[in-house]
Ligand binder design. Structure first.
Ligand code: ADP
Length: 477
């Protein structure tokens, strides 16, 4: 049994801004089920909910700050969560990175540097909790200083650094280095320095024993200038220590046979009941109820990463095709506005819901026929996996985790029973509309469509498989 300290800036369902929280709320559970001793550590934000209030454990002094450690658990589990409680940094409304007005926290470097120092103390100093870590599993730039600081300790625990999105690196002006009182030995081009700046993520990449990212294809892509954001050379240099391990999905939450949010649960054996969910969704969104018209769904952050600009470029043509489109998301205000314009002009074809709505997300996954996910880049992506579980055939751009989890419906994959979606290569509106037209042809070929739906629904996207791969990696180091 390994003692694993799992460090993350966000954990579902306590606080979430994206896929990292889903991983932090699921992978430790799956590792605990494999018999490992896992503790999650995260900051005690004001916005934390869905857990018992933290119980005081001890006070840790780092860099002249007295920081309390509190203990709670992931809901409905025995997995311990240690909350790093330092009100001057974390007791504010807003999310882990932005204030209530959506502005980045001005002292975000200081906040996460403190978080990193506490992780190092907890991992190495038995005096505090009578516990020490064999492995510290760090996630994204907010924990990047941990492997760097641990490298200065005698007999440090082994470290893994997981990249959930290379686009976020924790870059700060060079002067921040002195302000944070970081040890001088780490400030050099093979350490935390990046072109005269301080890079948190480089601490993770340069000093950890293994680097992972959330899909095998993304592990390759980040070694290229297009996806590496200046760190492709370092990643290529580290490639023998770099792995891609796909995220799983929480099959207790995303299971069409047992989903309290949807009109009628269904499974691969009762696929006809999916129709009841489609009708309910069409009614709810004010779209004409029509089983024969394919209903396209899209859920997600309305940002360029998700290829939403490609969707906008296609929407005019989509309104001339025999289809309906239901979107749920929020993000870039001008994108939101342009999407809402289409809903106003074509209410029979287009429904746009701006906001964050878990229930509607489930209803769209259950009721739509086809799911659009034309991301420009996608480290792993979750919605394409949810879609397949719900027999909602995803149209994806062949990148990152989308390339690894969706098998394009071509004659060969249809006949050998592996086809589970539709994929396209170019990040262009022309390629997306061609894929949409291809899906319409397949949709109306009912026997083939049913076959693709079956293939998709019986795939195993559970965490068990991924957790076993992480465990093998822990054992390796
Ligand atoms: P990312 O982490 O890049 O945002 P992922 O596909 O990995 O993308 O994960 C996004 C998660 O957030 C999924 O669980 C998705 O269903 C959910 N989500 C995104 N936007 C919304 C929304 N507007 N309403 C409900 N759920 C959403």
């Amino acid at each position: 049994m390994k003692k694993i300290l799992f460090a993350s800036s966000e954990t579902h369902p306590l606080i979430k801004t994206g896929g990292l929280a889903d991983v932090a709320g699921s992978l430790p559970l799956a590792l605990a089920e494999l018999g490992q001793d896992v503790r999650i550590i995260m900051p005690n934000y004001q916005g934390i909910k869905n857990c018992e209030p933290g119980r005081y454990l001890c006070t840790v002094r780092v860099n002249n700050c007295d920081v309390n450690l509190l203990e709670t658990r992931l809901p409905d589990s025995d997995v311990i969560v240690w909350l790093v409680d330092y009100p001057p940094f974390f007791n504010f409304p807003g999310n882990p990175y932005l204030d209530e007005a959506g502005r980045p926290w001005p002292n975000i470097g200081e906040r996460f540097a403190l978080f990193c120092r506490i992780i190092v103390e907890v991992a190495t100093n038995r005096a505090y909790l009578n516990w020490h870590a064999d492995i510290v599993h760090c996630n994204d730039w907010q924990t990047g200083l941990v492997p760097a600081l641990l490298s200065l300790e005698p007999n440090p625990p082994a470290t893994i650094f997981t990249i959930h999105n290379m686009a976020y690196q924790g870059l700060f002006p060079g002067s921040t280095y002195a302000q944070l009182n970081l040890p001088g030995q780490l400030l050099h081009p093979d350490g935390l320095e990046f072109h005269g700046m301080l890079s948190f993520i480089k601490g993770g990449l340069s000093y950890s024993d293994r680097i992972t990212t959330v899909s095998p294809t993304y592990a390759q892509e980040i070694q290229t200038p297009e996806f590496g954001y200046g760190l492709e050379g370092l990643l290529a240099h580290k490639q023998s220590h770099l792995r891609g391990i796909l995220n799983g999905i929480d099959v207790s939450v995303w299971n069409p046979a047992n989903d309290a949010y949807i009109a009628k649960p269904f499974s691969v054996d009762t696929l006809k009941d999916k129709q009841i969910n489609k009708t309910a969704l069409q009614q709810q969104l004010g779209l004409p109820v029509d089983p024969e018209t394919p209903l396209f769904g899209l859920i997600g952050r309305l940002v360029e990463q998700k290829g939403i600009d490609l969707v906008l470029s296609c929407l005019q043509e989509m309104t001339t095709l025999p289809l309906q489109f239901a979107l749920l998301g929020s993000g870039d205000k001008s994108i939101e506005y342009r999407l809402q314009e289409f809903a106003r002009l074509y209410p029979e074809r287009v429904s746009i819901t701006i906001g964050y709505d878990e229930r509607l997300a489930h209803q769209i996954e259950a009721g739509a026929d086809i799911f659009l996910m034309p991301s420009r880049f996608e480290p792993c992506g979750l919605n394409q996996m949810y879609s397949q579980c719900y027999g909602t055939i995803p149209i994806v751009r062949k990148t990152g985790g989308l390339a690894d989890t969706v098998v394009d419906a071509l004659p060969e994959s249809i006949s050998n029973g592996t086809a589970s979606g539709i994929s396209f290569n170019d990040a262009s509106a022309a390629a997306l509309i061609e894929a949409i037209k291809r899906s319409l042809v397949l949709f109306h070929n009912r026997p083939v469509w049913k076959k693709i739906q079956r293939n998709a629904m019986i795939k195993d996207f559970s965490w068990q498989n991924s957790a076993n791969q992480y465990l093998a990696l822990y054992n390796e180091i």
